[in-house]
Ligand binder design. Structure first.
Ligand code: FAD
Length: 382
């Protein structure tokens, strides 16, 4: 693997940066405060191809590498990292359907997801099943040609916008049964009743990515909605999380790069005691650490994205490494950048204030940093 971008990838990144500057920067705050509809925004960027980067051309997408999507999300997240989380969930659903969906599921959903006509969510977590997602209690009861879905989900990103939910449940044969094999159901929201969606859960950061609780009350789902596969459902869930976590890593890199830009600019322009604050070694070392670790997080993230395309056998390992590392670097250095800006940084008018809140959430969503290390113990065969 070449750890640097090729000339064509540099040119692509430049295009993505121009796109992000024109389309995302002007509305970043409105997206975070929900003054601008996320659904309409996703539909708009979907029309310009941003949501179908990895969807094959035969299904209306761009047919590009996952690596390209990571670059795009990095560029977008230099202005609004919350969009990175929303795109992460949508993309993980796309990749699940690409990898494991039937021909009918691919033909039905991929063109819609690619254009942003339908937004997708992953409904895995429950109040008592977070890191331990196999502990879910949502059940799917087989009833003739249907499943009857009952249970509650929490922290489902995009849920209130979603036309498509991928739901983790346990297959049961009777109402009395509580345990069964894990399964994923691809649920078409438009054609169902028996679904309650809570209001957006107000959270510390990544606020533009709406998150909701869901309740399935005897929701009828056709039996052919099951995501069939030769691999286990646990493997399918981990695969979806690998995808989403690399997109979140790319968002963390975008955030870290943007924070560095603001920190350097302030260090050059702010004068105290008759000289620029950047002339103090205490400030210079913060910037040197920030710059070095931003590059390391970028390399981890590029390595993970490259593995998805070129070396899938090592994807899980690099995805876990990139997620915990890039999120930690984003959290540490958005905090240090705030320190460099002083009071100017903590004002709610400052992008850095938002980035600092966003970065902390990145250490929790798509599997906590500790859970990435739990995965790495296995991947490194410790
Ligand atoms: C912003 C956001 C968006 C999310 N989006 C979605 C979504 O779209 N769909 C979805 O299904 N879920 C989503 N989630 C849920 C997310 O996947 C869980 O929050 C995450 O897996 C952690 O679960 P938990 O919060 O219940 O924490 P817990 O699992 O209860 O963990 C609490 C603490 O214990 C630690 N811990 C747990 N087990 C171990 C262990 N074995 N070893 C060491 N430490 C451990 C954790 O690292 C953490 O520090 C989202 C969460 C957030 C915050």
């Amino acid at each position: 693997m070449n750890t640097f971008l090729s000339a064509s990838e540099e040119a692509l990144m430049e295009q993505y940066r121009i796109f992000a500057r024109e389309k995302v920067q002007p509305v970043a705050r409105e997206l975070e405060s929900h003054k601008l509809s996320l659904k309409e925004f996703l539909q708009e960027i979907g029309q310009s191809g941003c949501l179908g980067v990895t969807v094959p051309q035969e299904f209306g997408g761009q047919g590009c590498k996952f690596f390209n999507l990571a670059l795009l999300v990095q560029a977008i997240s230099e202005y609004e990292p919350g969009l990175g989380l929303s795109i992460a969930e949508h993309t993980a659903a796309i990749e699940l359907i690409k990898q494991y969906g039937s021909q009918a599921q691919k033909s039905r959903y991929l063109p819609l997801l690619s254009r942003g006509d339908v937004v997708a969510s992953l409904a895995f977590s429950e109040v008592n099943a977070g890191s331990d997602f196999e502990a879910v209690t949502t059940v799917a009861l087989k009833d003739g040609g249907n499943y009857i879905l009952s249970g509650k989900k929490t922290w489902v990103v995009n849920a209130e916008l979603a036309g498509l939910l991928i739901v983790l449940a346990k297959a049961v044969a009777s109402k009395e049964e509580q345990d069964g094999e894990l399964m994923l159901l691809v649920v078409d929201v438009d054609s169902t009743s028996g679904l309650k969606v809570s209001a957006d859960k107000v959270k510390l950061g990544l606020r533009s990515a709406l998150s909701n609780d869901l309740e399935f009350d005897q929701l009828v789902v056709p039996a052919d909605s099951k995501l069939e596969s030769t691999v286990s459902t646990k493997e399918q869930v981990l695969f979806a999380m690998d995808i989403a976590k690399v997109i979140v890593s790319a968002a963390a890199v975008g955030l870290t790069v943007a924070a560095l830009g603001q920190s350097v600019s302030h260090a050059r322009s702010r004068e105290q005691f008759g000289k620029e604050i950047g002339q103090n070694q205490a400030i210079q070392w913060k910037l040197a650490d920030h710059g070095t670790e931003a590059e390391a997080a970028k390399l981890h993230t590029y390595r993970a994205a490259w593995s998805k395309d070129e070396n899938p056998g090592e994807f899980r390992k690099y995805a876990a490494m990139s997620k915990w590392f890039a999120a930690k670097v984003a959290r540490t250095h958005s905090g240090e950048a705030l320190q460099v800006l002083g009071a100017a940084g903590i004002s709610c008018d400052s992008d850095l204030e938002r980035f600092y809140r966003d970065a902390k959430v990145m250490e929790i969503c798509e599997g906590t940093s500790e859970f990435q290390k739990v995965l790495l113990v296995k991947e490194l065969e410790i």
